[in-house]
Structure formats: C-alpha cells, structure tokens
Design a protein. Structure first.
Length: 264
C-alpha cells in the first residue's frame, strides 16, 4: 500500500483551493448580478411559461364556444323545421276553408235547384166563408177581421177596411218629470255656472252623477239651479237632508229646465 505522503501531494491541495476560490467567486458574482438585473428581464424569462398558460385557456374557451355554436345551430335548425311544419299546416287549413267557401254555395244552389217548387193551392177552403167578419174587444176599442178566400184568378188576398163606430182612446198622458233638488238661492243664467262650481267644491261627492239645469223660480225672474235626475222623491228628500247638514240650501223639486251654459 502507498503511504499517506504519496497519496496527497502539495500540488493537489493547491488545485482544490483554486477550484474552491473560483466557485466562491462565481457565487458572489451571481448574488451581485441578481440585484443588478432589472425585473423586466425576469418577466421576459418567465413570459414563455405564462403565454403557454394563456394560450391553453384561450384554446379551452374557443372549444367551449364552438360547442355552444354547434348546439345553437342544431336548435335553430329544429325551430326552422317546426316553423315550416306550422306554415304547411296553416296553408292546408286555409286551402280547406277556401274549398268550403267555394263548394258550399254551389251545393246549396244545386239542392235548391233539385227541390220541387212549392205549389200554391188557389182553391177556396171550406173553413173560410166569403164576407165572414170576426170582432175582438181590445184595450181602447174594437178590432174587426174579415176573412176572404184567395182570388183564384190572381192569387192575391183582397183586404177590405171596415169602419168601426168607436171613438179613439184619449191621448196617453206625458210622463211625470223625474225628481230633482234645487240648490242655493235663485241666480241669473250668467252666474249659474259659478254657483254650480262652488257647490261642487263644497259637496262634490254628494252630487256625483247629477247634471245641472236652470229651472224657473216661482217667486222671481231669476233661475233655480236644479240637479238631477234622482230615482224618487224620497231620495231627493234624503239628499237635501245631508246637504243641509253640510250648510247647503236644498229643496226637493222636479228635474226640468234649460241646460246650464257651462263655461268650462
């Protein structure tokens, strides 16, 4: 075996020392260079990896969009087919209705043409006697009906007017005016509109559905402001009672007069 002095020589120690110094120098130089290199250089070094990740994301998104587009095309195709089928069905119904509109009048005309014409019997019936008159009592007078057979020569019915010895009924009396209510004091026609507006501002809710007219006042030449029409006189009395509690002068009367010349 070789001795220890022969295994390690001074030249070997010197070589390993130089290697260690070089490694130490490179480490110090690398540490100093890492602080000197700008961040943009590091970003450029890592750009390839980030771009690869972004491209993968874009590819997956494009694939998803392509799948959605394919699905939408299929749905659109199905809807177009359904729409076409509906149009065809509607066209068939329209054709059938049109055929019925054309054929029905023809069928009716043919049926009427095949039907035998009605024959009028011009012979006198035994139940109708010539000159027989029937008299009926009715409200307001008497009605006489004379039965005559059909004329065999012309086929016409001849009617004769027979005068009756009866007076005409009396004329039907005119309907009684509907009840109304006289509001306030008598006024002139020019001031009636202002008084009506004042009534509406005070008790407008009680006068809903009523229309004003100008009636003749028995005591003066002025006009009465009358509102109505009402159902009956009891309703007019009840409404006047409520208006009186609200401080409005009111009196039941007949609803008749001239239309109120409204300015608004």
């Amino acid at each position: 075996m070789a001795r220890a002095a022969e295994q390690f020589r001074p030249a070997d120690v010197t070589a390993w020392g130089i290697v260690a110094l070089v490694v130490w120098a490179v480490a110090i130089l690398g540490a100093n260079l890492s602080g000197i290199i700008p961040p943009s250089v590091y970003g450029a070094l890592h750009a390839s990896r980030l771009e690869g990740s972004t491209l993968n994301q874009l590819r997956s998104q494009v694939a998803t969009l392509e799948a959605d587009a394919t699905r939408l095309k299929q749905e659109n195709l199905q809807l177009a087919q359904r729409f076409t089928m509906n149009e065809e069905a509607a066209g068939a119904v329209t054709k059938r209705v049109g055929a019925l509109e054309v054929s029905l009048p023809r069928l009716i005309e043919q049926a009427q043409a095949r039907r035998p014409a009605a024959v009028v019997d011009t012979m006198s019936t035994g139940s109708i006697g010539a000159g027989k008159t029937l008299t009926f009592e009715t409200d307001g007078g008497t009605v006489a009906v004379q039965q005559r057979p059909i004329d065999p020569a012309t086929g016409e019915v001849k009617l004769a007017v027979m005068p009756l010895a009866a007076t005409m009924p009396a004329a039907i009396p005119t309907a009684t005016p509907a009840p109304g209510i006289a509001l306030g004091v008598p006024v002139t026609a020019d001031a009636a509109e202002a008084q009506w507006q004042e009534m509406l501002s005070e008790v407008g809710t009680m006068l809903v559905g009523l229309s004003p007219v100008l009636g003749q006042s028995p005591d003066s030449s002025a006009k009465l402001l009358i509102a109505g029409p009402l159902v009956d006189r009891a309703t007019a009395i009840e409404l006047c009672s409520r208006l009186g509690k609200a401080g409005v002068s009111c009196e039941p009367t007949e609803y008749r007069g001239d239309p109120l010349p409204l300015l608004n």
